[in-house]
Design a protein around this ligand. Structure first.
Ligand code: ADP
Length: 488
Protein backbone atom coordinates (compact mmCIF):
# COMPACT_ATOMS: atom_id res chain seq x y z
CA UNK A 1 0.00 0.00 0.00
CA UNK A 2 2.87 2.33 0.91
CA UNK A 3 4.34 1.99 -2.58
CA UNK A 4 1.12 2.89 -4.36
CA UNK A 5 0.86 6.33 -5.91
CA UNK A 6 -1.52 8.84 -4.31
CA UNK A 7 -3.69 8.63 -7.44
CA UNK A 8 -4.11 4.88 -6.99
CA UNK A 9 -4.62 5.18 -3.25
CA UNK A 10 -7.40 7.76 -3.69
CA UNK A 11 -9.06 5.58 -6.37
CA UNK A 12 -8.81 2.56 -4.09
CA UNK A 13 -10.31 4.32 -1.06
CA UNK A 14 -13.00 5.76 -3.27
CA UNK A 15 -13.85 2.34 -4.77
CA UNK A 16 -13.99 0.68 -1.35
CA UNK A 17 -16.33 3.40 -0.08
CA UNK A 18 -18.44 3.07 -3.23
CA UNK A 19 -18.70 -0.72 -2.75
CA UNK A 20 -19.72 -0.40 0.90
CA UNK A 21 -22.29 2.27 0.01
CA UNK A 22 -23.65 0.16 -2.86
CA UNK A 23 -23.95 -2.84 -0.48
CA UNK A 24 -25.84 -0.78 2.11
CA UNK A 25 -28.06 0.69 -0.62
CA UNK A 26 -28.76 -2.75 -2.05
CA UNK A 27 -29.64 -4.13 1.38
CA UNK A 28 -32.08 -1.30 2.08
CA UNK A 29 -33.59 -1.42 -1.41
CA UNK A 30 -34.23 -5.17 -1.06
CA UNK A 31 -35.69 -4.83 2.43
CA UNK A 32 -37.88 -1.90 1.49
CA UNK A 33 -39.05 -3.41 -1.82
CA UNK A 34 -39.83 -6.67 0.01
CA UNK A 35 -42.03 -4.90 2.52
CA UNK A 36 -43.66 -2.69 -0.16
CA UNK A 37 -44.56 -5.72 -2.29
CA UNK A 38 -45.79 -7.66 0.77
CA UNK A 39 -48.08 -4.77 1.74
CA UNK A 40 -49.33 -4.54 -1.83
CA UNK A 41 -50.13 -8.27 -1.88
CA UNK A 42 -52.02 -8.01 1.43
CA UNK A 43 -53.92 -5.06 -0.02
CA UNK A 44 -54.82 -7.07 -3.16
CA UNK A 45 -56.06 -9.92 -0.95
CA UNK A 46 -58.04 -7.46 1.21
CA UNK A 47 -59.74 -5.84 -1.80
CA UNK A 48 -60.73 -9.27 -3.15
CA UNK A 49 -62.06 -10.29 0.29
CA UNK A 50 -64.11 -7.08 0.57
CA UNK A 51 -65.54 -7.73 -2.91
CA UNK A 52 -66.63 -11.16 -1.79
CA UNK A 53 -68.13 -9.67 1.37
CA UNK A 54 -70.66 -7.91 -0.88
CA UNK A 55 -71.85 -11.30 -2.12
CA UNK A 56 -72.12 -12.96 1.30
CA UNK A 57 -74.41 -11.99 4.23
CA UNK A 58 -76.70 -13.15 7.03
CA UNK A 59 -80.33 -12.92 5.87
CA UNK A 60 -83.47 -12.96 8.12
CA UNK A 61 -86.55 -15.09 7.10
CA UNK A 62 -88.98 -12.83 5.21
CA UNK A 63 -91.40 -11.13 7.61
CA UNK A 64 -94.29 -11.16 5.05
CA UNK A 65 -94.45 -15.00 5.18
CA UNK A 66 -95.23 -14.82 8.88
CA UNK A 67 -97.87 -12.07 8.66
CA UNK A 68 -101.40 -13.57 9.46
CA UNK A 69 -104.21 -13.13 6.91
CA UNK A 70 -106.59 -10.17 7.40
CA UNK A 71 -109.22 -10.54 10.20
CA UNK A 72 -107.24 -13.16 12.12
CA UNK A 73 -106.06 -12.10 15.50
CA UNK A 74 -103.96 -15.23 15.90
CA UNK A 75 -101.88 -16.64 13.19
CA UNK A 76 -103.06 -19.93 11.79
CA UNK A 77 -99.94 -21.75 12.56
CA UNK A 78 -100.01 -20.42 16.11
CA UNK A 79 -96.93 -18.35 15.59
CA UNK A 80 -96.87 -14.83 16.89
CA UNK A 81 -96.53 -12.26 14.10
CA UNK A 82 -93.11 -10.71 14.28
CA UNK A 83 -92.89 -7.18 15.59
CA UNK A 84 -90.60 -4.57 14.11
CA UNK A 85 -88.65 -4.49 17.36
CA UNK A 86 -87.81 -8.21 17.22
CA UNK A 87 -84.26 -9.30 16.61
CA UNK A 88 -83.87 -11.11 13.29
CA UNK A 89 -83.50 -14.45 15.00
CA UNK A 90 -82.64 -17.40 12.83
CA UNK A 91 -80.82 -15.28 10.20
CA UNK A 92 -79.21 -17.54 7.67
CA UNK A 93 -75.86 -17.19 6.00
CA UNK A 94 -76.23 -16.92 2.26
CA UNK A 95 -73.75 -16.51 -0.54
CA UNK A 96 -74.87 -15.12 -3.90
CA UNK A 97 -74.87 -17.59 -6.70
CA UNK A 98 -72.65 -15.49 -8.88
CA UNK A 99 -70.04 -15.01 -6.11
CA UNK A 100 -66.49 -15.57 -7.41
CA UNK A 101 -63.95 -17.49 -5.35
CA UNK A 102 -60.91 -16.47 -7.36
CA UNK A 103 -60.02 -12.86 -8.10
CA UNK A 104 -56.90 -12.54 -10.20
CA UNK A 105 -54.14 -14.24 -8.16
CA UNK A 106 -56.26 -14.28 -5.01
CA UNK A 107 -57.88 -17.54 -3.81
CA UNK A 108 -61.04 -16.86 -1.79
CA UNK A 109 -62.82 -19.09 0.68
CA UNK A 110 -65.66 -18.62 3.20
CA UNK A 111 -65.98 -20.58 6.44
CA UNK A 112 -69.45 -20.12 7.92
CA UNK A 113 -69.78 -21.25 11.58
CA UNK A 114 -73.13 -22.65 12.45
CA UNK A 115 -73.85 -23.14 16.16
CA UNK A 116 -75.81 -26.30 15.45
CA UNK A 117 -73.06 -27.94 13.49
CA UNK A 118 -69.46 -28.52 14.64
CA UNK A 119 -67.90 -28.20 11.23
CA UNK A 120 -68.14 -24.92 9.35
CA UNK A 121 -69.77 -24.71 5.93
CA UNK A 122 -67.06 -23.99 3.37
CA UNK A 123 -67.63 -21.99 0.19
CA UNK A 124 -64.83 -21.73 -2.40
CA UNK A 125 -61.36 -23.17 -1.78
CA UNK A 126 -57.89 -22.13 -0.66
CA UNK A 127 -54.87 -23.32 -2.71
CA UNK A 128 -54.17 -27.00 -2.50
CA UNK A 129 -52.57 -28.12 0.74
CA UNK A 130 -53.34 -24.85 2.54
CA UNK A 131 -55.54 -25.20 5.57
CA UNK A 132 -57.08 -22.40 7.56
CA UNK A 133 -57.83 -22.81 11.26
CA UNK A 134 -61.00 -20.83 12.02
CA UNK A 135 -60.57 -21.30 15.79
CA UNK A 136 -57.58 -18.96 15.87
CA UNK A 137 -58.87 -16.51 13.25
CA UNK A 138 -59.19 -12.81 13.99
CA UNK A 139 -61.06 -10.11 12.16
CA UNK A 140 -58.93 -8.13 9.62
CA UNK A 141 -56.02 -10.44 10.35
CA UNK A 142 -53.00 -10.49 8.06
CA UNK A 143 -51.11 -13.73 8.28
CA UNK A 144 -49.13 -16.23 6.25
CA UNK A 145 -50.02 -19.82 5.45
CA UNK A 146 -47.90 -22.36 3.71
CA UNK A 147 -48.10 -25.67 1.98
CA UNK A 148 -44.78 -27.37 1.47
CA UNK A 149 -42.47 -24.80 -0.06
CA UNK A 150 -45.31 -22.54 -1.15
CA UNK A 151 -46.10 -19.56 1.01
CA UNK A 152 -49.26 -17.42 0.93
CA UNK A 153 -50.18 -14.04 2.35
CA UNK A 154 -53.62 -14.31 3.87
CA UNK A 155 -56.20 -11.67 4.73
CA UNK A 156 -59.13 -12.63 6.98
CA UNK A 157 -62.46 -10.79 7.39
CA UNK A 158 -65.22 -11.73 9.78
CA UNK A 159 -68.96 -11.34 9.09
CA UNK A 160 -71.05 -11.69 12.25
CA UNK A 161 -74.56 -13.02 12.41
CA UNK A 162 -76.47 -10.02 13.79
CA UNK A 163 -79.04 -12.36 15.32
CA UNK A 164 -76.67 -14.79 16.94
CA UNK A 165 -73.38 -13.77 18.41
CA UNK A 166 -72.06 -17.34 18.34
CA UNK A 167 -72.42 -17.51 14.60
CA UNK A 168 -70.08 -15.88 12.14
CA UNK A 169 -68.46 -16.36 8.79
CA UNK A 170 -64.74 -15.94 7.94
CA UNK A 171 -63.89 -14.74 4.50
CA UNK A 172 -60.29 -15.67 3.70
CA UNK A 173 -58.22 -14.38 0.77
CA UNK A 174 -54.83 -16.00 0.01
CA UNK A 175 -52.26 -14.81 -2.50
CA UNK A 176 -49.01 -16.44 -3.54
CA UNK A 177 -46.12 -14.84 -1.57
CA UNK A 178 -43.53 -16.00 -4.08
CA UNK A 179 -44.70 -13.14 -6.31
CA UNK A 180 -43.01 -10.87 -3.73
CA UNK A 181 -39.85 -12.94 -3.34
CA UNK A 182 -39.47 -13.39 -7.10
CA UNK A 183 -39.75 -9.60 -7.51
CA UNK A 184 -37.15 -9.05 -4.77
CA UNK A 185 -34.93 -11.77 -6.23
CA UNK A 186 -35.26 -10.16 -9.65
CA UNK A 187 -34.33 -6.75 -8.26
CA UNK A 188 -31.40 -8.28 -6.39
CA UNK A 189 -30.14 -10.17 -9.41
CA UNK A 190 -30.39 -7.08 -11.58
CA UNK A 191 -28.68 -4.96 -8.98
CA UNK A 192 -25.92 -7.49 -8.31
CA UNK A 193 -25.22 -7.61 -12.04
CA UNK A 194 -25.31 -3.83 -12.50
CA UNK A 195 -23.52 -2.77 -9.30
CA UNK A 196 -20.06 -4.24 -10.13
CA UNK A 197 -20.17 -2.50 -13.52
CA UNK A 198 -21.23 0.77 -11.91
CA UNK A 199 -18.42 0.47 -9.34
CA UNK A 200 -15.89 -0.40 -12.04
CA UNK A 201 -17.05 2.54 -14.14
CA UNK A 202 -16.93 4.86 -11.09
CA UNK A 203 -13.43 3.61 -10.19
CA UNK A 204 -12.14 4.22 -13.74
CA UNK A 205 -13.78 7.62 -13.88
CA UNK A 206 -12.43 8.43 -10.40
CA UNK A 207 -8.93 7.44 -11.47
CA UNK A 208 -9.17 9.58 -14.62
CA UNK A 209 -10.36 12.59 -12.58
CA UNK A 210 -7.65 12.10 -9.93
CA UNK A 211 -5.01 11.73 -12.63
CA UNK A 212 -6.16 14.95 -14.25
CA UNK A 213 -6.30 16.76 -10.91
CA UNK A 214 -2.78 15.57 -10.05
CA UNK A 215 -1.25 16.43 -13.42
CA UNK A 216 0.06 19.79 -12.14
CA UNK A 217 1.86 17.92 -9.34
CA UNK A 218 3.75 15.94 -11.97
CA UNK A 219 4.57 19.25 -13.72
CA UNK A 220 5.87 20.65 -10.43
CA UNK A 221 7.97 17.55 -9.77
CA UNK A 222 9.36 17.67 -13.31
CA UNK A 223 10.22 21.37 -13.07
CA UNK A 224 11.82 20.91 -9.62
CA UNK A 225 13.90 17.97 -10.92
CA UNK A 226 15.01 20.01 -13.94
CA UNK A 227 15.97 22.97 -11.75
CA UNK A 228 17.90 20.68 -9.41
CA UNK A 229 19.64 18.99 -12.37
CA UNK A 230 20.54 22.11 -14.34
CA UNK A 231 21.17 24.56 -11.44
CA UNK A 232 19.14 27.02 -13.50
CA UNK A 233 17.40 29.17 -10.93
CA UNK A 234 15.71 31.27 -13.62
CA UNK A 235 13.36 28.37 -14.49
CA UNK A 236 9.77 28.59 -13.24
CA UNK A 237 6.86 26.17 -13.14
CA UNK A 238 4.44 28.74 -14.64
CA UNK A 239 1.47 26.43 -14.22
CA UNK A 240 -0.92 26.66 -17.16
CA UNK A 241 -4.42 27.94 -16.52
CA UNK A 242 -3.33 29.96 -13.49
CA UNK A 243 -6.22 28.50 -11.46
CA UNK A 244 -7.01 29.29 -7.87
CA UNK A 245 -6.99 25.73 -6.54
CA UNK A 246 -4.58 24.32 -3.94
CA UNK A 247 -2.14 22.94 -6.52
CA UNK A 248 -2.00 26.22 -8.45
CA UNK A 249 -1.34 27.95 -5.13
CA UNK A 250 1.44 25.46 -4.44
CA UNK A 251 2.96 26.08 -7.90
CA UNK A 252 2.74 29.87 -7.46
CA UNK A 253 4.29 29.64 -3.98
CA UNK A 254 7.04 27.46 -5.44
CA UNK A 255 7.67 30.07 -8.18
CA UNK A 256 7.67 32.80 -5.51
CA UNK A 257 10.18 30.82 -3.48
CA UNK A 258 12.40 30.43 -6.56
CA UNK A 259 12.17 34.22 -7.12
CA UNK A 260 13.41 34.80 -3.57
CA UNK A 261 16.16 32.19 -3.89
CA UNK A 262 17.27 33.64 -7.22
CA UNK A 263 17.26 37.21 -5.85
CA UNK A 264 19.24 36.16 -2.79
CA UNK A 265 21.63 34.15 -4.93
CA UNK A 266 22.14 37.05 -7.36
CA UNK A 267 22.66 39.46 -4.46
CA UNK A 268 25.13 37.17 -2.78
CA UNK A 269 26.97 36.69 -6.06
CA UNK A 270 27.04 40.43 -6.71
CA UNK A 271 28.24 40.99 -3.14
CA UNK A 272 31.06 38.46 -3.49
CA UNK A 273 32.06 39.90 -6.89
CA UNK A 274 32.04 43.45 -5.52
CA UNK A 275 33.89 42.46 -2.33
CA UNK A 276 36.65 40.67 -4.22
CA UNK A 277 36.87 43.55 -6.67
CA UNK A 278 37.11 46.08 -3.79
CA UNK A 279 39.80 44.01 -2.10
CA UNK A 280 41.75 43.39 -5.29
CA UNK A 281 42.52 47.09 -5.81
CA UNK A 282 44.20 47.81 -2.42
CA UNK A 283 46.03 44.46 -2.55
CA UNK A 284 47.38 45.34 -6.03
CA UNK A 285 48.43 48.81 -4.79
CA UNK A 286 50.11 47.32 -1.68
CA UNK A 287 51.99 44.78 -3.86
CA UNK A 288 53.11 47.41 -6.34
CA UNK A 289 54.23 49.82 -3.59
CA UNK A 290 56.05 47.11 -1.63
CA UNK A 291 57.82 46.02 -4.86
CA UNK A 292 58.82 49.64 -5.38
CA UNK A 293 60.06 50.01 -1.81
CA UNK A 294 62.04 46.79 -2.07
CA UNK A 295 63.69 47.65 -5.39
CA UNK A 296 67.47 48.26 -5.09
CA UNK A 297 67.15 51.76 -6.55
CA UNK A 298 64.54 52.90 -4.03
CA UNK A 299 65.53 55.94 -2.09
CA UNK A 300 64.49 56.64 1.51
CA UNK A 301 61.97 59.12 0.17
CA UNK A 302 60.50 56.52 -2.22
CA UNK A 303 60.30 54.01 0.61
CA UNK A 304 58.52 56.43 2.93
CA UNK A 305 56.04 57.36 0.22
CA UNK A 306 55.41 53.69 -0.58
CA UNK A 307 54.94 52.90 3.10
CA UNK A 308 52.49 55.75 3.45
CA UNK A 309 50.43 54.47 0.50
CA UNK A 310 50.61 50.89 1.85
CA UNK A 311 49.42 52.19 5.23
CA UNK A 312 46.45 54.00 3.64
CA UNK A 313 45.46 50.98 1.60
CA UNK A 314 45.80 48.69 4.62
CA UNK A 315 43.52 50.99 6.62
CA UNK A 316 41.03 50.94 3.79
CA UNK A 317 41.17 47.13 3.71
CA UNK A 318 40.73 47.02 7.46
CA UNK A 319 37.65 49.25 7.20
CA UNK A 320 36.30 47.23 4.28
CA UNK A 321 36.78 43.92 6.07
CA UNK A 322 35.22 45.21 9.27
CA UNK A 323 32.16 46.51 7.35
CA UNK A 324 31.92 43.26 5.36
CA UNK A 325 31.99 41.29 8.59
CA UNK A 326 29.24 43.43 10.14
CA UNK A 327 27.07 43.00 7.05
CA UNK A 328 27.73 39.25 6.80
CA UNK A 329 26.77 38.86 10.47
CA UNK A 330 23.57 40.83 10.02
CA UNK A 331 22.73 38.78 6.89
CA UNK A 332 23.01 35.60 8.91
CA UNK A 333 21.12 37.14 11.81
CA UNK A 334 24.21 36.63 13.90
CA UNK A 335 24.60 40.22 15.02
CA UNK A 336 25.18 40.05 18.75
CA UNK A 337 24.18 43.34 20.34
CA UNK A 338 25.76 44.09 23.67
CA UNK A 339 23.19 46.53 24.88
CA UNK A 340 23.67 48.96 27.74
CA UNK A 341 22.14 52.24 28.89
CA UNK A 342 24.18 55.31 27.89
CA UNK A 343 23.83 58.96 26.97
CA UNK A 344 23.77 59.32 23.18
CA UNK A 345 24.71 63.02 23.44
CA UNK A 346 27.84 62.14 25.38
CA UNK A 347 28.76 59.54 22.75
CA UNK A 348 28.20 62.09 19.96
CA UNK A 349 30.46 64.59 21.76
CA UNK A 350 33.19 61.99 21.86
CA UNK A 351 32.85 61.15 18.16
CA UNK A 352 32.71 64.83 17.19
CA UNK A 353 35.91 65.46 19.13
CA UNK A 354 37.69 62.69 17.21
CA UNK A 355 36.27 63.71 13.84
CA UNK A 356 37.23 67.36 14.37
CA UNK A 357 40.84 66.37 13.59
CA UNK A 358 39.74 65.40 10.08
CA UNK A 359 37.14 68.14 9.60
CA UNK A 360 39.69 70.82 10.41
CA UNK A 361 41.60 69.86 7.26
CA UNK A 362 38.62 71.05 5.24
CA UNK A 363 37.84 73.84 7.59
CA UNK A 364 34.46 72.34 8.41
CA UNK A 365 32.92 73.20 11.74
CA UNK A 366 30.99 70.49 13.59
CA UNK A 367 28.44 71.63 16.16
CA UNK A 368 26.23 69.73 18.56
CA UNK A 369 22.88 71.52 18.58
CA UNK A 370 21.68 70.42 22.04
CA UNK A 371 23.55 69.06 25.02
CA UNK A 372 20.46 67.79 26.88
CA UNK A 373 21.26 64.17 27.72
CA UNK A 374 19.26 61.55 25.82
CA UNK A 375 19.70 58.12 27.34
CA UNK A 376 19.20 55.05 25.21
CA UNK A 377 19.59 51.31 25.67
CA UNK A 378 21.71 50.01 22.79
CA UNK A 379 25.04 48.56 21.67
CA UNK A 380 27.35 51.56 22.31
CA UNK A 381 30.17 50.45 19.97
CA UNK A 382 27.77 49.74 17.11
CA UNK A 383 25.96 53.09 17.51
CA UNK A 384 29.36 54.80 17.60
CA UNK A 385 30.19 53.23 14.22
CA UNK A 386 26.95 54.63 12.78
CA UNK A 387 27.72 58.12 14.15
CA UNK A 388 31.29 57.94 12.79
CA UNK A 389 29.96 56.90 9.37
CA UNK A 390 27.40 59.73 9.20
CA UNK A 391 29.85 62.43 10.42
CA UNK A 392 32.71 61.01 8.34
CA UNK A 393 30.55 61.15 5.20
CA UNK A 394 29.42 64.68 6.05
CA UNK A 395 33.09 65.69 6.16
CA UNK A 396 34.07 63.60 3.13
CA UNK A 397 31.28 65.01 0.97
CA UNK A 398 31.26 68.42 2.65
CA UNK A 399 32.45 71.65 1.07
CA UNK A 400 35.58 73.49 2.21
CA UNK A 401 34.66 75.85 5.03
CA UNK A 402 31.24 74.28 5.42
CA UNK A 403 29.42 73.17 8.55
CA UNK A 404 27.99 70.04 10.12
CA UNK A 405 25.18 70.09 12.68
CA UNK A 406 24.60 67.09 14.89
CA UNK A 407 21.30 67.11 16.73
CA UNK A 408 20.13 64.51 19.25
CA UNK A 409 16.69 64.71 20.80
CA UNK A 410 14.07 62.56 22.47
CA UNK A 411 11.67 61.07 19.95
CA UNK A 412 8.27 59.83 20.94
CA UNK A 413 8.28 58.43 24.46
CA UNK A 414 11.43 56.38 24.82
CA UNK A 415 13.18 56.74 21.48
CA UNK A 416 15.99 58.98 20.35
CA UNK A 417 16.46 60.78 17.05
CA UNK A 418 19.90 61.70 15.75
CA UNK A 419 20.36 63.92 12.67
CA UNK A 420 23.60 64.83 10.94
CA UNK A 421 23.17 67.79 8.63
CA UNK A 422 25.78 69.15 6.23
CA UNK A 423 25.93 71.76 3.49
CA UNK A 424 28.08 69.55 1.28
CA UNK A 425 27.81 68.37 -2.30
CA UNK A 426 24.44 66.66 -1.76
CA UNK A 427 23.05 63.63 -3.54
CA UNK A 428 21.01 63.62 -6.74
CA UNK A 429 17.36 62.56 -6.59
CA UNK A 430 18.27 59.60 -8.75
CA UNK A 431 21.07 58.38 -6.48
CA UNK A 432 19.32 59.02 -3.16
CA UNK A 433 17.37 55.71 -3.01
CA UNK A 434 20.52 53.75 -3.94
CA UNK A 435 22.86 55.04 -1.23
CA UNK A 436 21.76 52.24 1.14
CA UNK A 437 22.73 49.58 -1.44
CA UNK A 438 25.98 47.75 -0.87
CA UNK A 439 29.00 49.11 -2.77
CA UNK A 440 26.99 51.98 -4.17
CA UNK A 441 28.96 55.15 -4.58
CA UNK A 442 27.68 58.21 -6.33
CA UNK A 443 30.05 59.67 -8.93
CA UNK A 444 33.49 59.08 -7.40
CA UNK A 445 34.95 62.13 -9.12
CA UNK A 446 32.77 64.29 -6.85
CA UNK A 447 34.43 62.97 -3.73
CA UNK A 448 37.61 64.39 -2.39
CA UNK A 449 38.91 61.07 -1.16
CA UNK A 450 38.09 58.14 -3.41
CA UNK A 451 40.54 55.89 -1.58
CA UNK A 452 38.65 55.81 1.72
CA UNK A 453 35.26 55.19 0.20
CA UNK A 454 33.95 51.63 0.23
CA UNK A 455 30.24 52.01 -0.46
CA UNK A 456 29.57 49.85 2.58
CA UNK A 457 29.33 52.46 5.33
CA UNK A 458 25.64 53.34 4.92
CA UNK A 459 24.46 49.73 4.39
CA UNK A 460 26.35 48.78 7.54
CA UNK A 461 24.82 51.71 9.49
CA UNK A 462 21.36 50.67 8.25
CA UNK A 463 21.87 47.05 9.30
CA UNK A 464 23.06 48.13 12.78
CA UNK A 465 20.08 50.47 13.35
CA UNK A 466 17.62 47.90 12.00
CA UNK A 467 19.12 45.24 14.29
CA UNK A 468 18.12 47.60 17.14
CA UNK A 469 14.60 47.84 15.71
CA UNK A 470 15.20 51.42 14.52
CA UNK A 471 15.01 53.21 11.18
CA UNK A 472 17.37 55.26 8.98
CA UNK A 473 16.52 58.02 6.56
CA UNK A 474 18.28 60.51 4.29
CA UNK A 475 17.20 63.74 2.65
CA UNK A 476 19.40 65.60 0.24
CA UNK A 477 19.48 68.32 -2.38
CA UNK A 478 22.26 68.12 -4.94
CA UNK A 479 24.74 70.94 -4.43
CA UNK A 480 23.08 72.13 -1.22
CA UNK A 481 23.64 69.46 1.36
CA UNK A 482 22.19 66.39 3.08
CA UNK A 483 20.53 65.33 6.32
CA UNK A 484 21.09 61.79 7.57
CA UNK A 485 18.91 60.54 10.38
CA UNK A 486 18.46 57.51 12.56
CA UNK A 487 15.72 56.83 15.08
CA UNK A 488 16.39 54.23 17.71
P1 ADP B 1 31.32 55.48 1.14
O1 ADP B 1 31.18 56.78 1.80
O2 ADP B 1 32.41 54.66 1.70
O3 ADP B 1 31.39 55.59 -0.34
P2 ADP B 1 28.77 55.01 2.12
O4 ADP B 1 27.94 53.78 2.10
O5 ADP B 1 29.01 55.62 3.45
O6 ADP B 1 30.06 54.62 1.39
O7 ADP B 1 28.07 56.06 1.20
C1 ADP B 1 27.55 55.68 -0.05
C2 ADP B 1 27.47 56.85 -0.98
O8 ADP B 1 26.50 57.79 -0.51
C3 ADP B 1 28.72 57.66 -1.06
O9 ADP B 1 29.60 57.11 -2.01
C4 ADP B 1 28.24 59.01 -1.45
O10 ADP B 1 28.10 59.08 -2.83
C5 ADP B 1 26.88 59.10 -0.82
N1 ADP B 1 26.91 59.89 0.43
C6 ADP B 1 26.93 59.40 1.68
N2 ADP B 1 26.89 60.40 2.60
C7 ADP B 1 26.86 61.56 1.89
C8 ADP B 1 26.79 62.93 2.24
N3 ADP B 1 26.78 63.35 3.51
N4 ADP B 1 26.77 63.85 1.25
C9 ADP B 1 26.76 63.45 -0.04
N5 ADP B 1 26.82 62.18 -0.46
C10 ADP B 1 26.86 61.23 0.51
Amino acid sequence: MKRLSIKLKITLYFTVIMTVLAGILLFYTTTISKSVVRNELYETARVSVMKLCDSARYKSPKFEENVPPLGQSKPENGKRPPSTTDKPEGAEFTVDENAKFTDGDVFLCIYAIDKESDTPSVYGALPEGVSFDVSTAKNEQKTTLSSGTEKYYVYVKQIRNPGNKDECAWIVGAIDATISSSFTKGTLRLASLAVPFIILFAALLGYAITKRAFRPVSDITKAAAEIAGSNDLSRRINLEGNGKDEISNLANTFDGMLDTIQNNYDREKQFTDDASHELRTPVAVILAQSDLALSPNATDEDMREAMSIINKQSLKMKKLLSELLTLARSDNNKTVLEKEAFDLVELAEMVIEEETYISERKNIEITLVSRTPVEIFADKTAIMRVLINFINNAIKYGKEGGFIEVNIERYEENKARCTVKDNGIGISENDLPKIWDRFFRADKSRTDDGHSSTGLGLPMAKSIIEAHGGTVNAKSVLGEGSVFEFII
